[in-house]
Design a protein around this ligand. Sequence first.
Ligand SMILES: Nc1ncnc2c1ncn2[C@@H]1O[C@H](COP(=O)(O)OP(=O)(O)OP(=O)(O)O)[C@@H](O)[C@H]1O
Length: 947
Amino acid sequence: MAAEGALVFSVASVVEDVLQQHGTQLQDLDLESRKAEEAASRRYEAAGWLRKMVGVVAAKDLPAEPSEEEFRLGLRSGIILCNVINKVQPGAVPKVVESPIDSALIPDGAPLSAYQYFENVRNFLVAVQEIGLPTFEASDLEQGGKSSRIVNSVLALKSYSEWKQGGANGAWKFGGTLKPTTTGKCFVRKNSDPFTNSLSRTSSINDKSLTALTSDLESNKMSDSHSLSILVRAMLTNKKPEEVPSLVESVLNKVVEEFESRISSQGEQTKTTSRDAFSQGNASVPKQVLGDKKAENKTPMVSKKEAVIHKNRVTDEESQSQLLKQQMYLYQQQTEIQELKHTLHTTKAGMQFMQMKFHEEFSNLGMHIHSLAHAASGYHRVLEENRKLYNQVQDLKGSIRVYCRVRPFLSGQSNHLSTVENIEDGTITINVPSKNGKGRRSFNFNKVFGPSATQAEVFSDMQPLIRSVLDGYNVCIFAYGQTGSGKTYTMTGPKEITDKSQGVNYRALGDLFLIADQRKNTFRYDVSVQMIEIYNEQVRDLLVTDGSTRRYPLTCLLSSVLLTSAPIDLNRAVGATALNDRSSRSHSCLTVHVQGRDLTSGTVLRGCMHLVDLAGSERVDKSEATGDRLKEAQHINKSLSALGDVIASLAQKSPHVPYRNSKLTQLLQDSLGGQAKTLMFVHISPESDAVGETISTLKFAERVATVELGAARVNKDSADVKELKEQIASLKAALARKEGESQQIHSNGTLQQKTQSFDFDELSTNSPPWPPVSSPGQNYGEDDKETGSGEWVDKVMVNKQDVNVSKAENPLGCWELADNGHLSEVFYQKYLRDSSKIYSEQSYNMLMGGNQFNVAASDDMDDLDAATSDSSEPDLLWQFNHSKLSGVANGIGSKTKISVSKSAKTPELSKNMMNPSPSRKQSNGVSHQTGRHPAPVDMKRKTGNRK
Ligand SMILES: Nc1ncnc2c1ncn2[C@@H]1O[C@H](COP(=O)(O)OP(=O)(O)OP(=O)(O)O)[C@@H](O)[C@H]1O
């Protein structure tokens, strides 16, 4: 495509080159001016002809003898060219774009019409191509220095026009342009007639027409001769005659050489072009050429030569038109590429803009989110603050805090339709079946924990409450709810306790020790614990691990263990102390006593905390329960009913609060109304068949939340008060010892037969001897009455020291370890390292401030039954009955004295200690007891009877 196959060269230029190579001084020849002269002459000829063709008016932009610049500008619009070619060949340019305004007024053309001008020029060039005349580049009209090509083209057109006007006789021949164009375009129209009017000294040759080349050269001889003669004359000027032959010979040799080399390179180019054309599928030409070659052999030489010339001309024309098409295609492609580039550029710019916008918006959004997060954290802070303030108000009012916890569905449960509709902050909404289908009921509490709440979360919410024990407050946390709702889980943990699943009891003790340790430079804390169980209104000391199932009246001084660190031995054998099958039907209480001495002021703070796991609150239908179950139900109902009564009378600020109606309320007396901080933790099951109990539980809890106990007070003694109290305590102890001794002397060794009465104060400070061991088969409390073995008297002060263990055997006064398989030596070594610190009764009473279990209650089952007969429905707990309360109050007044009668029970007591059978009515008669010992504090009272 680049090389068209036509070799263009000028004889004169070859001679010039050769002369230059020979070092011939051509400066003198003034070739430049000669060339300029020739060019101008040709230009004038072209301009003159154009003006003649279109008329002077139309050609007003084109002077008759234009400079190169004028020539170029005059033709730039393409209008003259198109009009001329249309005259030469009508319809060659179908549409000539005329200038909309007088182009003379717009030097260099208006920018808007540049494209239209380009259209004209392009159309002209296409038309010239089609005729087969030499062309030029459209850009030649835009830039100077290329006008010779335009001139060539115009003169060729002139020649063609004249040929046509002359009747177009014979083949018209035009001898090409001076030099190949950059695009390799060369238009050759072979003609037998020489192109005599042109000063062109060029010839076009292709490899297939070497003969034609010769002919061309011959035909151009005349036109070339003028230039050549000038050259030769210039060359020979001033030359000596003897130099002339050798110089001419040398020049001719060089000319021949140059011709040969140019012809061979032209041949190469032509071959390449042919191959290209062939590979482009345009095989017609070679075939035709081949066909022609065959024919060539058969025709005479002259006609053969003409045929070749004709074929070549046809081939050239075809190639040219194909080249033109390709050029146009290329041009189109380039335009499209430009457009695409432009689009790409625009798109890129758009993208960048959008990216910038996006970044801007993104950073705005980030700032917005940041400010929202800030606002949200502020909102949460305010909420938290509100909650704290609310709790402070609650504290000031002394309200009972109520938390609610929903148990998750247990693994293995198939129906997972929960009755809990929604939990939001302190509100829980329950789906309640109603006549109309489905109803809802909402309850408000201080906090509601959903099924997914963890033990740690639960504890963290009550942690401040628990910590206030160290500051001298009394705290009571009791877990309430129907059986299986998760009370034990919250208070103690699941069956297999891990660090993560530890309940409140464990965490509370751990936390207390942690803080005590942190404050060790300012305070010295003594922490001791008690664990009791109330079953069928009987109190049982769970820290006695000698196997005893012995029950005590609440006023008994129970085992108290001084701890030196939080118990961590979680899986102690609690079978010895817990009767698993009745776990749901008993209340258990872990009591933590804390005494803190301010090391600088000597002030003593005493705090006490009850952590109570209540028996299941569900209603037991008496028609369904019989025997033991009925009795248990009655007791539970009685105690919970009593709890309800106490809370109700506190809510109504009644002058009298019936604490003595049950062991449970006696136990909690100092925490319910004694300016303690109280938290009720209600538990509910999510199952839809428990919805009745759930609603009852929540109603109960809601009412508890309204109770105001009065602001909590710190139990604080100044050093003086404390000292005086200690003196009183030691005096009382001395007195009690004396009394004890005299009893021993006068009772003839049968202390058991004695029945004594004490005031509570006496009981709480004296240290009476250990009650006699009951005989086998005997039982206590309610059972005592049933067996008729004597009346269980409720007000016994139980000494911690077993009568069988003398001070001599146990000089430090600490409990001996019982080797019953349920005690851990590790525990004692760990928690009771300093056994001398185990509380004596005196220190215990001091610790309790004479305020512990100080009210005796009736153990009379008849009273109990009477009191609970109509209270099985939990809601009824709240049917505050003044007459009932006053009746209870009257009864309380009559039972302030305490009597002791234990002699007959001692043997059995001893035996039961060794036999932790779930059935408390049975004893196996085997006794290995060596003493009474405080048990390791295993707060897990139930293990074997999980629901
Ligand atoms: N929050 C909880 N997450 C996982 N399991 C729980 C949860 N609460 C209770 N459970 C499981 O539910 C079952 C019953 O719980 P739990 O024994 O604590 O109920 P309870 O109210 O103490 O019953 P009872 O009145 O009979 O003593 C147990 O298997 C316990 O592990």
